[in-house]
Design a protein around this ligand. Structure first.
Ligand code: NAI
Length: 541
């Protein structure tokens, strides 16, 4: 080992801290730099859990985890693995939203690359500053649309960091091949531009043309420097997200989680819900409240899934309607983008959601609007009047943006709603029964798909892979769990679930001829052999 002494303790990938054994301390010049006790990883974990229990709120716990990740990578992932269901909401949604809002204040250390639009022409040079040469995933955001919180500019860096932590925590992808990246293109958020602690460049966002030429340079540089790298686009502004995915999806190993991951998790939830309703996806009428990148990603994925059930593309599109900030999408609407026009139907104009429900008569209502409390009592009652078991998904996050709460959906529908949200709501007790609301969260999907891409070095990441992931996720919900209203598998066993999902997706990648490696004889054994395990390798730190 080239490093000695304090530099080992300051390197989170090497640091075992008090778990360094005496021979290691002697060999690496650590004696005296650590307290004398030699601990195990498990006793370190106990200390961390105690620390966490003393933090007064989720944001404090998030900060504690960030520092732990900076200090000792193995211990960080080990602590997470002790109770993933409890800690996912801390390192990811919803707490990561609060962290991004406070990012300028809570910033401690860089954990990825900040690539600014002012560095155009030098993108390859900046990327090459990253110390790891075999980068296999870059999660990249412009901070343009962070969760439901809008444009947070460079403070959106919390998202790529958190997403990539989930690759490892949920699917065992080795952390050293993951690079969080913030493409700093400025911000249109006036508060940030005026904030002296804001960490990004202080300029307004560029035109489409300027942005696209910067992204072209970025994508080219990534492919040149890291030929096996998959680019994961995350939390871009809706229009940018849709345009850039369409541009790169057929030529580059990339995916957009807000579009494809969201589409997949929605389809997984619908597959589960329809098992309760004993009906097929192709027989549904679906109304989206919100017609941005999440809605369009879901709608397109649902169309693909319906077509697999034997209907034409036109018939599938006919089952889906959209409602956005300007009302129901119908022929009198101007300035619709081509993706929205796919779902344009000859309805009468209306700006009222309630009226739209009466016009469309949906069996499924999906909220992806960022508008908290938009599903009022009247809206839920209208859905319940139309359907014996209305399917209502309130997917906007963070929590205060959810279109309704689980309690509201169950109470107002008198327990008949089949409900899921984008955040985790507590179980609801109603009329002697207990309902367990599902969390339609992409973390069921993108780490598993990424593990399959990692293993196979897939050339591309088409929608078919996300449909496979949706089916595998829905298959992880037991009949008893379905009866209790759960549409997604329990989170405490998420890593095993995702490995099973990754195995299914890996088979599909080989079937589609997209793999860049030879197919092994036993895919399951092979996938398991690739997984990162948070354990110290003594004598080899
Ligand atoms: P976006 O900004 O692209 O789209 C928002 C859409 O909502 C736009 O069509 C807008 O016109 C519409 N809208 C805004 N105000 C409205 C109003 N008053 N009435 C009706 N429509 C209105 O955002 P994006 O990417 O589509 O995300 C939307 C939400 O979905 C966010 O909160 C995001 O966090 C959440 N989301 C949840 C996921 C999950 O797995 N639960 C995954 C991805 C996104």
């Amino acid at each position: 080992m080239a490093d000695r002494g304090i530099s080992i303790l300051r390197n989170s990938k090497m640091n075992a801290s008090t778990a360094f054994r005496q021979q290691e301390r002697d060999a690496y010049g650590l004696t005296g730099l650590l307290p004398p006790v030699v601990e195990t990883l498990d006793s370190q974990v106990r200390r961390c859990l105690l620390h966490l229990s003393k933090k007064s709120n989720a944001l404090e716990q998030y900060i504690y985890f960030s520092q732990l990740a900076d200090d000792n990578q193995t211990l960080f992932f080990k602590v997470l693995s002790t109770d993933l269901a409890r800690f996912l909401p801390i390192i990811y949604v919803p707490t990561v939203g609060a962290a991004c809002l406070e990012f300028g204040l809570i910033y401690r250390k860089p954990n990825g690359i900040y690539l600014s639009i002012e560095q155009r022409g030098k993108v390859r040079e900046v990327l090459a500053n990253w110390p790891v040469k075999d980068v296999r995933f870059i999660c990249v955001s412009t901070g343009g649309r962070i969760l439901g919180l809008g444009d947070l500019g460079a403070n959106g860096m919390g998202i790529p960091i958190g997403k990539l932590q989930l690759y490892t925590a949920c699917a065992g992808i080795p952390p050293d091949c993951l690079l969080p990246l913030l493409l700093d293109c400025g911000t249109d958020n006036e508060d940030l531009l005026a904030d002296p602690l804001y960490l990004g460049i202080k300029r307004k966002r560029p035109s489409f043309a300027e942005l696209d030429s910067f992204v072209d340079e970025f994508v080219e540089a990534v492919q040149d420097l890291y030929p096996q790298c998959c680019i994961h686009f995350e939390d871009w502004k809706g229009a940018d997200a849709i345009r850039l995915l369409a541009k790169y999806t057929n030529s580059t190993c990339c995916y957009n989680d807000d579009i494809q991951g969201t589409g997949s998790v929605a389809v997984a939830g619908l597959y589960s819900a329809l098992k309760i309703n004993k009906s097929l996806l192709r027989d549904q009428r679906i109304l989206f409240f919100g017609a941005g990148s999440a809605a369009l990603g879901m709608a397109d994925m649902i169309v693909t899934a319906m077509m697999q059930e034997g209907v034409s593309e036109q018939e599938a599109c006919g089952c889906i309607s959209l409602f956005d900030v300007d009302g129901l999408i119908e022929p009198s609407r101007t300035s619709l983008n081509p993706d929205q026009q796919r779902y344009l139907h000859p309805y009468a104009p209306t700006k009222s959601l309630l009226a739209a429900i009466k016009i469309v008569r949906p069996t499924i209502l999906i909220g992806v609007s960022t508008v908290g409390k938009a599903f009022t009592k009247e809206v839920v009652e209208a859905m319940t009047e139309l359907n014996s078991r209305p399917i209502i998904f309130a997917l906007s996050n963070p929590t205060e943006r959810a279109e309704c709460t689980a309690e509201e959906a169950y109470t107002w529908s008198k327990g008949r709603a089949i409900f899921a949200a984008g955040v985790q709501f507590e179980p609801v007790k109603l009329d002697g029964g207990t309902y367990l609301p599902g969390q339609a969260n992409n973390f069921y999907i993108f780490p598993a798909v990424s593990l399959a891409v990692y293993a196979t070095q897939a050339k591309r990441v088409p929608n078919e892979l996300f449909i496979e992931a949706a089916k595998a996720t829905a298959a992880g919900v037991s009949p008893l769990q379905l009866e209790q209203g759960m549409l997604f598998p329990p989170q405490n066993d998420v890593q095993n679930l995702e490995i099973q999902t990754a195995i299914v997706v890996t088979k599909k990648i080989f079937e589609l001829g997209l793999a860049r490696v030879k197919e092994p004889t036993d895919i399951s054994d092979w996938i398991h052999s690739l997984l990162y395990k948070p354990e110290y390798v003594h004598g080899m730190q």
